[in-house]
Design a protein around this ligand. Structure first.
Ligand SMILES: Nc1ncnc2c1ncn2[C@@H]1O[C@H](COP(=O)(O)OP(=O)(O)OP(=O)(O)O)[C@@H](O)[C@H]1O
Length: 503
């Protein structure tokens, strides 16, 4: 029963831990992903959680049994001969000292092993996802060698750990078999300590004590752990929720911002911009002027360093980020599709994809001018689009992304218009779908096409870290010395050149 219940509750904790680590990864700000590689995160999710799992199932279970055995044994010893018992127990302090030193070394080796493993996974992940490049350069053998070199590092650390464990257990076995209790608890504390989850660790520690003293059952401890997760999640989500009646007015007020990784190069300085509800604001500006960064700030992928950004007068930092993003739709230059069916990719836009009906999906696809080409595929809406949608053309991907945004039906829409030229037919289909998508919403569009700019209510020209010009398109075009006019002349010229090149 002990083995069974400890295994089950241990696995349950690991499952919850995995879900919690994954949800915490998904909650990180985007700068975190600029710094941390996918492979490392995957490793943290799979390998590190397994380490914690083993600690719980093996060490806690054995440790508790040992605590029970030792307690019973020590009582019996005192019952039989108190003085002899005291004498024998004199060995405990030096053994505990040894256990602490052992734990310290074990912790450092385990940490290095986890890091080396993370690097190994990272290398594999990166090469596998860029297989085309590896193959095109004929680098298979050298990649295998690199991978093997990393696994060798993991192996040599494992050898060190084996020697350390063998040495310690040898001493323990010779000195005092009952110190197994201390050993098991040390391993548990140091290994779970690796996960850095103090909350869980302290619950395990206290819960373990309560279980040992019969004040708590395994079931109670595991439910308690689950409640701990719940409390953590509710604290995180307990941010302000304004009324759902969003109008959609956007305002940037005196905003300054630099990316956390490049603090020395500010992107915006004292930038102010107002987008009234239900209007279309085209954002234009030279490459690198910060058009996409403006969108990232609105989505709270990053926070402004100073100044405020508001939606209907609410500072977006006071709003629940999930709520905020649930009211904002985005269609980017290179829409990202998942390697699942077209149906699932479109349904992804809905708040609850499981409740979306086929009619909803068809309707969105029709409005997005995507229905016909999807129906022409042999598997229709069940066609799997391949990793990142590689099996579709640029225009098709965009129309699916538009259908996805339509299903979300957001009040605010952030568009990043594609710069890459589509063929004439695709271009007009995408353009028409976008115009339908924009109807009745507040839109901020990073505009590259003249037609989009002309249809906008206002144009904001980004330059030199702030809004250099803002006004109606015709009005700005009239100013011969203006930046907008110059940009447009250049852009029209570039578009002409591109068309000629295509011809
Ligand atoms: N994640 C990031 N970390 C650090 N710097 C970044 C990051 N993303 C963008 N930048 C920098 O911020 C500046 C503005 O970039 P942004 O992508 O917002 O410009 P843009 O006007 O949208 O450019 P484009 O028209 O070429 O797409 C650039 O100098 C860019 O190098």
């Amino acid at each position: 029963a002990r083995v069974y219940f400890m295994q089950i509750s241990g696995q349950k904790i690991v499952r919850n831990l995995r879900a919690s680590v994954f949800s915490s990864i998904l909650k990180q700000e985007v700068a975190f992903f600029d710094r941390t590689r996918t492979g490392e995160l995957i490793n943290r999710l799979s390998a590190d959680t397994t380490v914690v799992g083993h600690s719980i199932t093996d060490n806690l279970s054995d440790g508790l049994r040992a605590v029970g055995q030792a307690a019973a044994g020590v009582s019996m010893m005192f019952y039989v001969s108190p003085s002899l018992a005291c004498f024998v127990l004199l060995i405990v302090p030096p053994m505990a000292g040894l256990a602490i030193v052992y734990g310290k070394y074990l912790r450092s080796i385990s940490k290095r092993t986890q890091d080396a493993l993370a690097q190994t996974t990272q290398l594999a992940e990166e090469r596998i996802s860029n297989m085309r490049t590896v193959r095109a350069f004929g680098k298979e053998m050298s990649e295998v060698n690199k991978y093997t070199a990393r696994t060798d590092e993991v192996f040599s650390l494992a050898k060190k750990e084996a020697a350390l464990r063998a040495g310690f257990f040898g001493v323990v076995a010779v000195m005092m078999p009952d110190v197994v209790v201390i050993r098991k608890l040390c391993v548990l504390v140091f290994q779970t300590g690796l996960s850095g989850n103090l909350m869980i660790l302290s619950v395990l520690y206290k819960g373990g004590l309560l279980m040992a003293s019969q004040h708590m059952t395994v079931g109670e401890l595991s439910s308690f752990l689950m409640y701990t997760f719940w409390v953590g999640i509710s604290i995180a989500e307990g941010l302000v929720l304004p009324s759902d009646q969003l109008k959609g007015q956007l305002e940037f007020y005196d905003v300054s911002f630099a990316y956390p990784t490049r603090k020395e190069a500010p992107i915006f300085q004292n930038l102010s911009l107002l987008v009234p509800a239900g209007t279309i604001m085209a954002v234009v500006g030279p490459s690198g002027s910060g058009k996409s960064s403006l969108v990232s700030l609105l989505l709270r992928l990053y926070d402004a360093d100073t100044g405020i950004i508001t939606i209907d007068g609410h500072d977006i930092r006071d709003l629940n980020p999930y709520w905020l993003r649930s009211h904002i739709g985005t269609v980017s230059q290179e829409p990202v599709l998942f390697s699942c069916s077209i149906r699932d990719n479109i349904a992804y836009g809905a708040a609850d994809p499981d409740t979306v009906t086929t009619e909803d999906i068809y309707k969105a696809a029709k409005v997005a001018n995507a229905f016909d080409f999807i129906q022409d595929f042999p598997s229709g809406f069940d066609t799997v689009v391949g990793e990142k949608g590689v099996l579709l053309s640029g225009g098709q991907k965009q129309r699916i992304a538009i259908a996805r945004a339509l299903l979300k039906n957001p009040k605010i829409l952030l568009l990043d218009e594609a710069t890459s030229a589509l063929d004439a037919e695709n271009e007009s289909l995408v353009q028409e779908a976008l115009e339908r998508l924009m109807e009745g919403r507040t839109v901020m569009v990073i505009a590259h096409r003249l037609s989009t700019i002309q249809n906008a209510n206002a144009v904001a020209v980004l330059d030199q870290r702030c809004i250099a010009e803002c006004g109606q398109p015709a009005e700005l075009l009239g100013n011969k010395q203006g930046l907008f006019r110059k940009l447009m002349e250049k852009q029209t010229f570039l578009q002409e050149a591109h068309k000629q090149a295509l011809r």
